[in-house]
Design a protein around this ligand. Structure first.
Ligand code: ADP
Ligand code: MG
Length: 237
């Protein structure tokens, strides 16, 4: 069994606006191995979110092949795709995407409802995850009673609650101040250290420094793919 969590072959994605085709991804080939920590960078409009949505099985490519943890998801039907997504992937969004009427605990527990777990076990697991991100005390709070950084912690706890091996995050610090961004990146660092594969989008070089590998997209193609210096230093020592 290969250690590739993500295997992309010549992925293409176009959006169609009426009869006009907008090609966004023009043949992206990329392998990401188990327990890698990758920052995806590139100018605004280069296709980062489009690629992340495909990686997260939230959208399907127009062409090419995507094998996720051994499953060829590029040809999968919606139901099967949803099952793979729930099992394999935790997704964190820039805008947090929490449910406003639910408490922190209830938000974290949502994926467990789909997994068919009892309420008691859901609450217990969700509480454990909230404690992991340092928000155990705030479990009753609704999103509008939490700061941006706290909302993102709730969203990270929700992404982790199903024990997915792959964590995807699209500009997770994009709405946060510098100090809070560093705190959130420390959480991603711990997630990676715990054995997860992490891919996150950022346009800030300081944030990308936390990752071990930086992939840059430009105009729908990979422009560069490099290990960070501190990752290289780790290899040498
Ligand atoms: P990035 O995240 O790198 O800023 P995106 O993947 O969001 O880039 O967008 C790439 C291009 O695709 C942009 O030109 C954007 O306007 C276009 N685009 C993104 N989503 C859609 C959509 N759902 N329908 C049509 N065009 C889209
Ligand atoms: Mg984007």
């Amino acid at each position: 069994m290969s250690q590739e969590v993500i295997h992309l072959e010549a992925i293409r994605k176009s959006y169609f606006i009426g009869k006009n085709e907008l090609p966004v991804l023009k043949g992206v080939t990329l392998d990401i191995l188990k327990n890698e920590y990758v920052a995806l960078m590139g100018p605004s409009g280069s296709g980062k979110s489009t690629l992340m949505n495909i990686l997260g099985c939230l959208d399907t490519p127009t062409g090419g092949k995507y094998v996720l943890s051994g499953h060829d998801v590029s040809t999968m039907e919606d139901d099967a795709l949803a099952r793979v997504r729930n099992k394999e992937i935790g997704f964190v969004f820039q805008q947090f995407n929490l449910m406003p009427r639910l408490s922190a605990l209830e938000n974290v527990a949502v994926p467990l409802i789909y997994a068919g777990i009892s309420k008691r076990d859901r609450d217990e697991k969700a509480m454990m995850m909230l404690e992991k991100v340092g928000l155990g005390q705030r479990y009753k709070h609704k999103p509008n009673e939490l700061s941006g950084g706290q909302c993102q912690r709730v969203a990270i706890a929700r992404a982790l609650v199903n024990d997915p091996s792959l964590i995807l995050a699209d500009e997770p610090t994009g709405n946060l101040d510098t100090k809070t961004s560093v705190e959130i990146m420390e959480i991603f660092g711990r997630i990676h250290a715990g054995g997860n594969t992490v891919v996150l989008v950022t346009h800030e070089e300081d944030i990308a420094e936390h990752a071990l590998r930086v992939v840059r997209l430009r105009d729908g193609l990979i422009e560069s793919d490099k290990l960070n210096n501190h990752a290289l230093a780790g290899v040498v020592n």
